[in-house]
Design a protein around this ligand. Structure first.
Ligand SMILES: CC(C)(COP(=O)(O)OP(=O)(O)OC[C@H]1O[C@@H](n2cnc3c(N)ncnc32)[C@H](O)[C@@H]1OP(=O)(O)O)[C@@H](O)C(=O)NCCC(=O)NCCS
Length: 290
């Protein structure tokens, strides 16, 4: 069987090819979260083992690919950190590896497996091809913008409770919700999540928002209802990124990104990319496992 469960003794083989590809640090973090191993040079050692596992792919005995499988909750699984050695790309390894990982997810009782990948507007990408070949659905194209070190003067009205934001999202046919607890992840809006989702249900200036605080310093906002005026909601959202070492991540449909970012620049004139904010856009693909 070409696919094997990752073992810490395989680390040198993973490093040998994965460090030549982009974002090797992320692969190390995933190893850290799921195997308890602290890879050399990793910034910190995760005390909490996260549900899930790491997997590798061998070809003629050589370790040629790596991927993490996170078990987000009892229904959903998530693939992240897929890497295939440069000299064997475009030979169908990622596609076959992903297909095998679907089987692992299904064996754990998960009924959906998803992943996110960078949204290159109007451009093709091997990952999009793989997702299509494997019959995955494009569940959303979302912008995810992070903010930190914003000026102290920003303040807005306190969020008010929204009683059943889960039902609201269901009526709007939203498919997924974002959270950034150890990775950028989306989970499905299925009935089993109702209580958890409703704990984060709020209104800011008459706009429903889902707020999640998984880490003491970071706040995640899911802004899935288009505000009539971003200026009404932004001060409350961005005020969470004005204190030292606090940051905010906002998930919203990518189609609004120009208007959203223009409103940010109006509220925080001179806001600096990479020094105070980082904009990005992601495609969220999902596969319903039978
Ligand atoms: C992305 C990556 C995992 C793909 O692995 P891979 O083994 O080369 O992928 P596969 O060969 O299974 O599939 C690639 C498919 O994309 C197609 N493809 C290649 N270049 C393409 C492009 N520019 N646009 C669209 N499709 C493309 C290939 O033809 C192939 O489709 P086919 O099997 O129908 O011919 C690998 O390139 C990699 O490790 N990249 C660096 C890390 C990375 O970006 N990881 C993904 C993070 S989300």
């Amino acid at each position: 069987m070409p696919m094997q469960r990752y073992h810490p003794r395989m680390y040198p083989e993973v490093e040998a090819f994965a460090k030549k590809l982009k974002w090797f640090g992320y692969v190390k973090e995933i190893i850290n979260w799921h195997s308890g191993q602290r890879p050399p040079g990793s910034r910190w050692h995760s005390r909490k083992r996260l549900p899930g596992s790491c997997w590798v792919w061998r070809q003629h005995g050589r370790l040629v690919a790596f991927c993490g499988l996170r078990l987000l909750n009892p229904q959903d699984a998530w693939l992240y950190g897929m890497r295939v050695t440069k000299d064997l790309q475009n030979k169908g390894i990622a596609r076959r590896f992903t297909q095998e990982l679907f089987r692992v997810a299904r064996r754990t009782g998960r009924t959906w497996v998803g992943f996110n990948t960078y949204h290159y507007q109007g451009k093709p990408s091997p990952i999009y091809t793989i997702a299509e070949r494997l019959g995955m659905e494009l569940d959303a194209v979302h912008a995810v913008d992070s903010f930190w070190k914003l000026p102290k003067r920003i303040s807005g009205p306190r969020p008010r409770r929204f009683t059943d934001i889960f039902l609201h999202y269901q009526a709007r046919e939203e498919k997924t919700l974002f959270f950034d607890d150890h990775g950028w992840l989306w989970y499905r809006l299925v009935t089993q999540r109702r209580r958890q989702v409703n704990e984060g249900g709020f209104m800011i200036a008459d706009v429903p928002v889902h707020i999640a605080r998984y880490q003491p310093r970071g706040t995640t906002f899911n802004l899935l209802d288009h505000p009539s005026d971003f200026a009404g909601v932004l001060p409350t959202i961005l005020s969470r990124a004005t204190a030292k070492k606090k940051w905010v991540t906002v998930n919203y449909p990518a189609a609004w990104s120009r208007r959203f970012r223009r409103a940010v620049r109006e509220l925080v004139p001179g806001v600096k990319m990479n020094k105070q904010y980082y904009p990005s856009a992601w495609r969220i693909y999902g596969k319903y496992l039978k």
